[in-house]
Design a protein around this ligand. Structure first.
Ligand SMILES: [Zn+2]
Length: 99
């Protein structure tokens, strides 16, 4: 699995600005799950949190960046593509947290 440095991991997936460390919880396996929040007011993820995991050996596993594979979202009434993409990501984040 690919790993990242802390500096890489805290970069916002949207704007690439380093986010703020909002604290962490134990993952029960000797590692920690950190909550990082974007503070860039110009970013679509302003005040959005994402999680990064630091394993007990200090490594930070990362998912392949979804940006590499452009996604196509079907048009939905009353929903912008940006909003649809955000919801899909929120669902995927939930799944990852449960895993
Ligand atoms: Zn951002």
């Amino acid at each position: 699995m690919a790993t990242a440095t802390w500096d890489q991991a805290i970069k916002c997936p949207r704007c690439d600005q380093p986010g703020r460390d909002k604290g962490h919880v134990s993952d029960g396996l000797g590692g920690r799950i950190y909550s990082i929040m974007c503070e860039n007011t110009a970013c679509a993820w302003f005040e959005t949190n994402w999680a990064i995991m630091v394993q007990s050996d200090g490594t930070i596993p990362i998912r392949e960046r979804p940006e590499r594979q452009p996604k196509v979202f079907p048009k939905m009434p009353g929903m912008t593509p940006e909003r649809a993409a955000k919801q899909v990501e929120a669902i995927q984040d939930t799944k990852d947290t449960d895993a």
